[in-house]
Design a protein. Structure first.
Length: 512
C-alpha cells in the first residue's frame, strides 16, 4: 500500500494494466497479496477503481518489507496507543485482508528516497482509500483515523492531523462507544478494545486543548467512564506469531494508564474550560500531580531513576513537566500579585526538569524511538528557553542557563530530523535564534540557512495540498515592524499545532 513509483522510472518498469506492482512476485501474489491488486473492492465503480489503480493505491511492497513495517508499528507505536487488537490484526494480515497502517522502517528497501516521500505516499493513498469508501468497516475507519491523527506532514493540506482527530471523534460517537464502555458487565474482548480507544482519544483531547487553548475540548460532556487499568489489555497468545509480535510488558500498559491519569488531573483546569483562572488555587492541581509523580516509578517498575533506554517512563514524565510549564506560565500571567513569584520558580524548575529528561534521552542515542507526543515537547521546550533568555525580569543566572539549554535543545532537534516536520522547521529555528544572538548556526551555507526546503504541489504533495502563498499566516501582520510584546509566543510552539504550521519558513518571528 505504501510503495510508490520512486524507483520505477529509473528502472524502466511500468505498472501493468491489471494494477500489479512489478516488484511483487507471482508466488507472493498467490500467498494472498494479489487479492488487493486483481479484485475491485465492493461498492467501487469502474471509473473510481481505474483512477485509484492509476494512483497506484493498491500496490504493496514485497512481503519481507511488509513484515518489517508491521513489526515496527507494534514495537514502537502501538504501546502508546493500543487501539488495535493485535492478534486479530495479524490473523487478517496473514490472510491478506488488511494492510499495515504506518511506514516506519525499510524506507530505501521500499523504494523511497527519504522518510518524507514515504510518509506522503502512505498518507495520500490512505486518504484516497477513505475518500473513495474502500473501507466500510466503521471500527477500521476509526482506528485508521486515530493513526492518521498523529501524522504531521511537511506540506499544507486541509486534511491535517486535526481533521483526522475530529473524524475519530465523529466515528467514535457513531459507533456508540461511550454507551458500550459504560455497560456494567464483565468486559469482553471488544469492550476492552473500545475502552482503550476511548482513553487514547480522551488523553489526546486533553493534550490538544491544554497545550493550545484555541482547540476546544470534544469529549468533555460525554458520560463518565471507569478509568483504564491493566486488565483492559487482552491475554494474548503470541506463540504462533512471535516473528511479528513481542509480548506487551506491564510497563507499556502502565504507560497508557499513567497518561490517562495525567489527563484527568489537568482536564478540569480553566485552560480546558471557559472559566476564568482568577481565584483558582494552583495547589489544587499541583498536589495531585506531585502525588502522581511520586508513585509513578514504582507502578511502572522503575527500580533505578537513571535512564535505561526504555521510552515509556521518560515520555510520560516529559508530558507531565510540559503540562506543569503551561500551567505555571498561565498562573504567572493571570495572578501575578498572588502567585507570580511562586509560579515563576515552579516554571523555572519544571523547564529544567524537562531539560534533564531530554538530555538523558539525547545522550542515550534512543531519541528516534520516541513517539510524536515526545517529539512535540522539544519545540515547546525551545520556545520556553527563548522566552526565559529574553526575559529581563529573570536573573542573569537563569538567562545564562537558558542560553546554554537552547544549544542542547537545538542538538536534540537536530537528532530528530527523521520527523519531516522537524527537518523542515529546523532552519527557521536557527534563523530566529541567530538573529537574537542566542545560537550560532554552523555546517550549512547561507543560502541553506535562508531558504528552508518547502515541498510544493509540483513535487510529492498530494492533490489537496495548498501552496504556501495562498494561505494566510497566523500571528504576523504586514504592518508589523520591530519587536513588540507577544505574550502568546510560546503557545504557538506547543503541541502538534506548531509542527503542523507549514508556513513557519515564511514567518520572520518579528514578535520574539
Amino acid at each position: 500500500m505504501i510503495q510508490d513509483a520512486v524507483n520505477s522510472a529509473a528502472s524502466g518498469e511500468q505498472l501493468g494494466m491489471d494494477g500489479r506492482s512489478p516488484s511483487i512476485s507471482r508466488e507472493e501474489e498467490h500467498n494472498g497479496i494479489d487479492s488487493w491488486f486483481g479484485n475491485k473492492p465492493p461498492g467501487l465503480d469502474e471509473v473510481d477503481y481505474e483512477y485509484l489503480v492509476k494512483k497506484r493505491v493498491f500496490e504493496l511492497p514485497a512481503q519481507p518489507h511488509l513484515d518489517t513495517l508491521v513489526r515496527t508499528y507494534f514495537e514502537h507505536l502501538w504501546p502508546f496507543a493500543p487501539i488495535i487488537c493485535r492478534t486479530d490484526f495479524i490473523q487478517r494480515y496473514r490472510a491478506a485482508t488488511t494492510v499495515p497502517f504506518a511506514p516506519e522502517d525499510s524506507i530505501s528497501g521500499l523504494g523511497f528516497q527519504d522518510r518524507s516521500v514515504a510518509q506522503t505516499s502512505f498518507f495520500t493513498k490512505s486518504r484516497l482509500l477513505y475518500d473513495f469508501h474502500c473501507e466500510r468497516d466503521l471500527l477500521a475507519m476509526l482506528q485508521g483515523s486515530i493513526v492518521l491523527s498523529i501524522i504531521i506532514l511537511d506540506y499544507p493540506t486541509d486534511k491535517d492531523f486535526q481533521h483526522w482527530f475530529y473524524n475519530s471523534i465523529r466515528l467514535f460517537v457513531k459507533l456508540d462507544v461511550p454507551e458500550i464502555c459504560s455497560r456494567q458487565e464483565d468486559p469482553c474482548k471488544a469492550q476492552k478494545l473500545y475502552r482503550r480507544i476511548w482513553w487514547v482519544l480522551y488523553d489526546r483531547d486533553v493534550f490538544h486543548s491544554f497545550v493550545n487553548t484555541r482547540n476546544l475540548r470534544l469529549l468533555e460532556v460525554l458520560p463518565y467512564i471507569k478509568p483504564i487499568d491493566q486488565s483492559d489489555w487482552d491475554n494474548e497468545d503470541t506463540s504462533e506469531r512471535n516473528d511479528l509480535l513481542e509480548p506487551i510488558s506491564d510497563r507499556q500498559k502502565a504507560s497508557l494508564v499513567a497518561h490517562c491519569e495525567l489527563a484527568q488531573i489537568f482536564s478540569t483546569h480553566p485552560l480546558n474550560t471557559t472559566s476564568d483562572v482568577a481565584g483558582q488555587d494552583p495547589l489544587t492541581f499541583m498536589l495531585p500531580l506531585e502525588e502522581w509523580r511520586m508513585s509513578l516509578a514504582d507502578r511502572m517498575g522503575i527500580r533505578n531513576q537513571s535512564y535505561d533506554g526504555e521510552a515509556c517512563y521518560p515520555e510520560v514524565m516529559a508530558r507531565s513537566y510540559l503540562f506543569e510549564c503551561i500551567l505555571c506560565r498561565h498562573f504567572r500571567r493571570r495572578q501575578e500579585a498572588k502567585w507570580g513569584d511562586w509560579a515563576k520558580q515552579r516554571l523555572r524548575s519544571a523547564i529544567f526538569e524537562l531539560d534533564a529528561i531530554i538530555d538523558k534521552v539525547l545522550a542515550s542515542g534512543t531519541i528516534k524511538k520516541f513517539p510524536m507526543g515526545f517529539v512535540a515537547t522539544v519545540p515547546a521546550l525551545l520556545a520556553l528557553h527563548i522566552e526565559m533568555a529574553l526575559d529581563l525580569s529573570e536573573t542573569e543566572l537563569a538567562r545564562s542557563m537558558a542560553r546554554v539549554s537552547i544549544n542542547q535543545t537545538m542538538l536534540a532537534l537536530g537528532q530528530m530530523q527523521h520527523v519531516p516536520a522537524i527537518k523542515r522547521g529546523l532552519p527557521a529555528f536557527e534563523s530566529v535564534l541567530a538573529k537574537k544572538d542566542l545560537y550560532q548556526v554552523t555546517g550549512r551555507s547561507q543560502a541553506e540557512k535562508a531558504s528552508p526546503r518547502i515541498p510544493t504541489t509540483g513535487q510529492h504533495a498530494p492533490d489537496d495540498a495548498t501552496h504556501p502563498s495562498s494561505v494566510p499566516q497566523r500571528g504576523v501582520s504586514s504592518a508589523d515592524s520591530g519587536l513588540v510584546d507577544y505574550p502568546s509566543f510560546p503557545e504557538d510552539f506547543l503541541g502538534y499545532d506548531f509542527l503542523d504550521r507549514w508556513q513557519l519558513e515564511q514567518w520572520e518571528f518579528i514578535h520574539i
